[in-house]
Design a protein around this ligand. Sequence first.
Ligand code: GLC
Length: 518
Amino acid sequence: MRARMAFCEKDRTVTASLKILMLSAEMVPFAKIGGPADVVGALPKALRRMGHDVRVAMPCYRSIRPEQFGMTTLIDALAVPFKHGTEDAAIRETTVGGVPVYFVDAPRYFQRENVLGYQDDGDRFILFCRAALEMCRALDWSPDVIHAHEWHTAIVPNWLHTIYRHDPVFQSTASVFTVHNMAYQGIFGHRILEVAGLADQEFILPALAEKQIDAVDLLGRGIAYADVVTTVSETYAREILTPEFGDGMEKLLRQRETRLEGILNGIDAEALNPATDIYISQQFDADRLEMRAANKRALQEQCGLEPDPHAPLLGYVSRLVSQKGADLLTTAFDHIMDLGVQMVIIGTGDPHYHELFSQCVARYRRRAAVHFSFGADWTQPLYAGADMYLMPSRFEPCGLNQMIAMRYGAIPIVRATGGLIDTVTEFDPAAGTGTGFTFRDYDPWSLLAAIARAVQSYRYPDSWHHLMRRAMSVDHSWRVSAERYAAAYERALAWHAEDAALHHPSDISDGLQGDREV
Ligand code: GLC
């Protein structure tokens, strides 16, 4: 077993620094389609501060302009094994916040308008991942750990156990795979295994073999082969073991339960700071709460609402889809407005909800507004100006917005699920504890009841200000989570060494259901 050095220095266990390659389809500030981009934007910086040599690789999409980010070309033409031949990719590099970022530039597959949404998405991300591994070989850089995010990179743990298993560069490389959302699995036909050079590998689900099988589930492969599997909150890590949240993967996840853990995301507390935020009218902090009123006024003005300082202002920044509770909110809308509140909705999503929200707000002139965008010039003023923040998600692996809202003093009203319940605790005015309002059942009336409790509590300014200060002072920075990831990397290395000694990945030998039937 490869011995990782750990030694004690003044009561502190110091672990030898690790070489980590992080793989992702998205990363702030280069490309963002969801929360994972924020995670991959912030976690490497925090790990770097702990002394680890973290580098990130992602595809070079058309929207990423090399000159804007001062990229240099590291490798002109890397011949990447792909399908039945090779595909050339250039490797470009830049540094952001001290973190080297490598871009796989394969124009045929990535010079396109969007990150995702093409018929050949499976091929595209297989190519990206393969290029990232071939890059390590070309640079002779041997990572201790590869940390792969989401289905887009889930093939990598599979490769580390197969075609790259005896490669000297990866021989002792362990893998960590992070599931950000079970709902996105990357399901493709059997052909994807040929694209990935794994055609001689059959489906890995003998237990389901009697059913009709025609699909390879990339997310399942990541879960089946990674040395450690993580997801983004402790509650969600438990929830996905059940059929309600497991999306068909619960059986596989239960088999891999000893390798599964939940690590809560953090937020970038430097970039998201009401004391320095340039997008808000009036900067403030927990000791200068009275200054926050100017932001409420500015938000009301920006959205065409009555400039009423006393009306509780509810905010909702979200992808407008059912996962985020858009159906609850539109159903309960009139009853919520009957509580005498104002409401601002920001986001984009399902056209059906664009239409529904437009109809809802049209009924409440000067009291409700919707804006279809995600720009920081709209979201930051909302966090800084709203009194309460809604997050009634059907499920929520972690959720970042409730943490941002808390940091800006907007009190979260959340459904008790996943990361939401790991970050928000119910307000108890008598005890003077809690940071927000929660509800359990996924129905509009439970949401309405939680909002009614919040509106009632808002009438008592002293205790409300205490509540705001408590919410604002919770530390959701990446520091703690980064330490937990570092520990997960160490565990992955230990498992990897153990499995290598046994000559097979222990859990997989008896046939896991990594792929799913269709
Ligand atoms: C996904 C999840 C969200 C999580 C984010 C970052 O978008 O739906 O809950 O916060 O990933 O991990």
